[in-house]
Design a protein around this ligand. Structure first.
Ligand code: ADE
Ligand code: ZN
Length: 327
């Protein structure tokens, strides 16, 4: 079998994907129309999906979020997202969602959960795909709002809600101030992860690990700027959930084929890199295509792709018995 077919067919675990960033463009336009959300003028939808940095990307992400209003909308986008993951041969998905981006437009948390949890159950029945939800706090909103967010998450907790994340614009909002949020989440038995080292420095990776105590790092590319931290992460076996297509839009590494691309250097340094899709239609990709890019542009061969898929199981928050079965 050629490497591209191998990359597509390999069973996968998706650990880094945002529900709102996974809305299909046609669904986005339909929901915006249905819910009376005005969109900027475009000849074809692809024109909206052009951004050169993280803040510009997040503006469109918020526009997509604004178009999702009732439980049926949440059910539809969640089902469609999980269906696309299944088409990439995903067997399990742990995905983020941005409650605040909907609360800002008057949608309550229970309405979101109603639709999202129903679709997660539906896809498990229909396709045997398991999934878990990771409500993520926008670092732009600060600690106080983060503690309120955690209260809300804990009040409406279910087995499907497995941990919390920290995302949005990284460079101006470092991780350290969020320590109390992460302490309380861990005490409550939630798993924790954070975006770090995407547009912010290596220190954000270090502080997310040492101050927030995260179990994995989402992105993490700037770790390569700090050789001592690289050595520390190699020894600790830290998992980095990397997203190849995202790097070309939101980071300083715009060419996946370049020998000095951060993911290439992370692999060369022996770090545990896993491959994911972040906001697939918004970056013109899907999970299988990210594996294909890893093969074709990052020069990952079949054993490396297989290790990456197995490391995704290890890095997941599946229970120990399932992990053992799947490994
Ligand atoms: N939210 C969705 N995608 C994101 C990314 N790549 N970085 C930070 N926040 C995000
Ligand atoms: Zn992300």
């Amino acid at each position: 079998m050629d490497l591209t077919s191998f990359a597509r067919r390999l069973p996968k675990i998706e650990l880094h994907l945002h529900l709102e960033g996974a809305v299909r463009p046609s669904t986005f336009v339909e929901l915006a129309r249905k819910n009376g959300v005005e969109l900027p003028y475009f000849d074809e939808i692809g024109e909206l999906y052009r951004y050169d940095n993280l803040p510009d990307f997040l503006k469109i992400y918020d526009l997509v979020s604004r178009s999702i209003r009732d439980a049926d909308d949440f059910r539809r986008i969640t089902y469609e997202m999980l269906e696309s993951c299944a088409a990439s041969n995903a067997r399990h998905v742990e995905f983020f969602f941005s409650a605040h981006a909907h609360q800002a437009h008057g949608v309550d948390y229970l309405t979101m959960l109603d639709g999202i949890l129903a679709a997660m159950a539906d896809i498990e029945t229909d396709k045997g795909l398991t999934s878990r939800l990771i409500p993520a706090h926008s670092r732009e909103l600060g600690l106080k709002s983060g503690l309120e967010f955690l209260d809300m998450v804990l009040e409406h907790r279910s087995d499907a809600i497995i941990g919390i994340g920290l995302d949005y614009n990284e460079a101006p909002f470092p991780p350290a101030p969020f320590r109390p949020l992460f302490e309380r989440a861990k005490q409550a038995g939630l798993h924790v992860t954070a975006h770090a080292g995407e547009s912010g420095p290596a220190a954000n990776v270090r502080d997310s690990l040492e101050i927030l105590g995260v179990e994995r790092i989402d992105h993490g590319y700037h770790v390569v700027d700090d050789p001592a931290l690289v050595a520390q992460c190699r020894t600790a076996g830290t998992f980095f959930t990397c997203c190849p297509s995202t790097t070309e839009a939101t980071t300083i590494w715009r060419d996946l084929s370049a020998p000095d691309h951060a993911i290439r250097r992370m692999l060369d340094a022996g770090l545990n890199v896993t491959i994911h899709s972040d906001d697939p239609p918004m970056f013109g990709t899907d999970l299988a295509n990210e594996y294909v890019l890893a093969a074709e542009k990052l020069h990952m061969d079949a054993p490396m792709l297989k290790k990456c898929a197995l490391d995704s199981i290890r890095a997941s928050w599946l229970d120990a018995d399932t992990k053992r079965d799947w490994l």
